[in-house]
Design a protein around this ligand. Sequence first.
Ligand code: C5P
Length: 231
Amino acid sequence: MKKEEYENKLPWDKLIVALDLEDKSSIAEVVNSLYVQRVKFKIGSIAFTKYGPDFLKTFIDKGADVFLDLKLYDIPNTMKRTAAVIAEMGCWAFTVHLQAGKDALTEVKDEVFKTSERLGIRKPLILGVTVLTSQVSDCKSVMDLAKIGNEVKLDGVISSPQESAVIKEQYPNLKVITPGIRINSQGLGDQKRVTTARYALTEGKADFVVVGRPIIKEKDYFNAALKVLEA
Ligand code: C5P
């Protein structure tokens, strides 16, 4: 995305809000505050473990794009069976660890394709996690993992916004999704490799940004999201 484009129109559709909350009504409130903007929502292990698939389905049934972030990492058979169940739910996207290796990832891909075809539903994006943004890392380790994602032809990878441009240049077919977004250097929490959303989506060439605490810890979710995109 070009800088001018960014400034003319805030990229709400490139924002994925991480619903890392334990309270059902707060989660629903975040979704209701941002749903009309066509923001996407990420449900991770906190909310999924507590409230399960039926809760997630309420947002999918409402028409929201839901990204299930369980970061699958297991033997190929377990990964592919779990991936098939996720595809059946109608998620927009889900994550796997690239470290699971090519065999497991290929099986996941094939199974998701078959399941979606059989049910006649949209195929979820399969996104490979490179190195967690809470860990200090070098670009080579991230690129080695991104290479696996490219070879297996996953839909995209998750990386910090500090590596996203290099991944996009080398592997233009991969979508790059970047957590590690902050308005400024305050409130980093456990994140180590961070930038602003604007940087990630322009210079960083990311396709989507994932933002949790800078939005969900605020009282006014809409204004907080606006500030994140404007920063
Ligand atoms: O609150 P914060 O904006 O740091 O949330 C970032 C979200 O992105 C969290 O839900 C976290 O689990 C997720 N994530 C990450 N780093 C990755 C993959 C996912 O921070 N590599």
